[in-house]
Design a protein around this ligand. Structure first.
Ligand code: URP
Ligand code: ZN
Ligand code: ZN
Length: 466
């Protein structure tokens, strides 16, 4: 059994910071021991990694990605191969992607299609949520089977009428089912029916530029949908996870629900923490690069998101990685913002951007690891296999240099997309080495992984509610 020792680093988990060496054996963490102790000195190993002056952190868990997802007449530009490779470059060793039920189709059919897309192609481990695009008697029954098979979370949309949208009755039924089978409902909370009216009115008035995407998707319509989702979950007796929260009023709805003791959880994404409507308003058609839903908000909303992350009103930061090239994809919406495919690239940038938040004093180092590794693993039934460094855990470990400087650019990133949403941003901190189940994937800034190393992860149910 191959043995690796990572020595000299500061091990950071969601709960502790310890100056310890880490012994990895057969793909798992075997032991931790303080530097210089007899225990650490007695370890023999095939490989030794010097982490002196570096952080030793769990591999990131990105609980919201869309590789190869069909959307708006095109498909997200990263395949499972390119997207998971980029994830590894950025210190993320687990992704949870979304399999999609087609309208009129079964959950089984959608899930099998996504198994086939990912199988043999991933550089790091992966799991699936299921998008419910057609809630009916038969798909409701199938939810039970998926939970027993390890697909334990289901995304519903209050937005995108005619595509993924579910009405309140369908939502209530799906929540009731999840309440009974242990599944977790993930909600895209925007009032899509009202938004579509505003879209039609904006286009009729000649307001066609990307910035109007942000205008019509009102804060009030995110807050209203969030409130409604909370009340429906409360009636159903089911837990609720609100995805890609962007507006201060939506954070307030989640905080109020949690204050009442309801099992309501929230996720935000780096784009809402670091970008704003200023980006959507960039001249020419540049704003199209920043079109996603929920939309970017005015800068003033960011403080509520940071506060929410510090106070545990929001538990998780995922990327909602859904990349579309500017050339040929985002351009589909020239002259009509509603035709711009929704989504931003970011799977490679999340760990670094959140470390930058540590540098800038928004969050502590342990909170960084909590929101990026431990909490997503617990939320989606993968802890402590993923999300921590402890005996028995998978040896998904990142050696992170907290002092290295870098500048984000599409010229140097590894995502299969022709722009970066963070072009030119200076960051302190950089991934140096990444192990996935003890196997090097990034070795001192060189990719040494392979497509097919990544394994499928059946998941347990949400560990925040049991
Ligand atoms: O704009 C986004 N978020 N695109 C991906 C689909 C979704 O709603 O998460
Ligand atoms: Zn969504
Ligand atoms: Zn998404």
């Amino acid at each position: 059994m191959s043995r690796t020792v990572i020595h000299g680093g500061l091990v950071i988990t969601a709960s502790d910071e310890i100056h310890a060496d880490v012994l990895v054996e057969g793909g798992r963490v075997a032991a931790l021991a303080a530097h210089g102790t007899a225990a650490a000195g007695s370890w023999t190993a095939d490989r030794s990694i010097d982490a002196t002056g570096k952080y030793v952190i769990p591999g990131g868990v990105d609980a919201h990605t869309h590789m190869e997802m069909p959307f708006g007449g095109t498909s997200a530009a990263d395949t499972f191969e390119t997207g998971t490779r980029a994830a590894a470059w950025g210190g993320t060793t687990t992704i949870i992607d979304f399999a999609v039920q087609s309208v009129g189709g079964s959950l089984r059919g959608g899930l099998d299609a996504w198994y086939a897309k990912a199988d043999g192609n991933c550089a790091v481990d992966y799991a699936f949520h299921m998008i419910l695009a057609d809630v009916n008697e038969s798909s409701l029954k199938e939810m039970d089977l998926l939970v027993s098979e390890g697909v334990t979370s289901f995304k519903l949309f209050m937005a995108y009428p005619g595509v993924f949208y579910s009405d309140d009755g369908q939502i209530l039924r799906a929540m009731q089912r999840a309440g009974g089978n242990g599944g977790l409902i993930m909600m895209h909370a925007e009032n899509g029916i009202a938004i579509d009216v505003l879209v039609e009115q904006a286009l009729a008035a000649g307001r066609t530029d990307p910035r109007y995407h942000g205008d019509v998707r009102k804060v009030a319509l995110e807050a209203e949908a969030t409130h409604r989702a909370v009340q429906l979950a409360r009636v159903a007796g089911a837990p609720l996870y609100v995805v890609h929260v962007s507006a201060d009023e939506a954070v307030a709805e989640i905080a109020a629900a949690r204050h009442k003791g309801l099992p309501v959880f929230g996720e935000t994404c780096p784009q809402y923490l670091f970008l704003s409507t200023d980006n959507l308003a960039e001249p020419g058609f540049e704003g199209a690069k920043y079109v996603c839903s929920t939309p970017l908000r005015p800068r003033e909303h960011q403080e509520a998101l940071w506060r929410g992350l510090r106070n545990d009103e929001l538990q998780v930061v995922s990327t909602d990685h859904c990349p579309f090239c500017f050339s040929g994809q985002k351009e589909l919406g020239r002259g009509d913002f509603s035709k711009i495919p929704n989504g931003l690239p970011g799977v490679e940038n999340r760990m670094d951007l959140l470390h930058q938040a540590v540098v800038e004093g928004h969050i502590s180092r342990r909170r960084w690891i909590d929101i990026a590794c431990a909490a997503p693993a617990r939320m989606f039934g993968l802890y402590p296999k993923k999300g921590t460094i402890a005996p028995g855990a998978d040896a998904d470990i990142v050696v992170y240099d907290p002092h290295a400087e870098q500048v984000i650019s599409a010229r140097t990133h590894h995502m299969n997309v022709d722009y970066s949403a963070y072009e030119g941003k200076h960051l302190t901190g950089r991934v140096e080495t990444v192990l996935s189940r003890g196997v090097p994937v990034i070795d001192r800034h060189t990719y040494v992984g392979r497509a097919g190393h990544g394994a499928y992860l059946p998941r347990g149910t949400c560990q925040f509610t049991r």
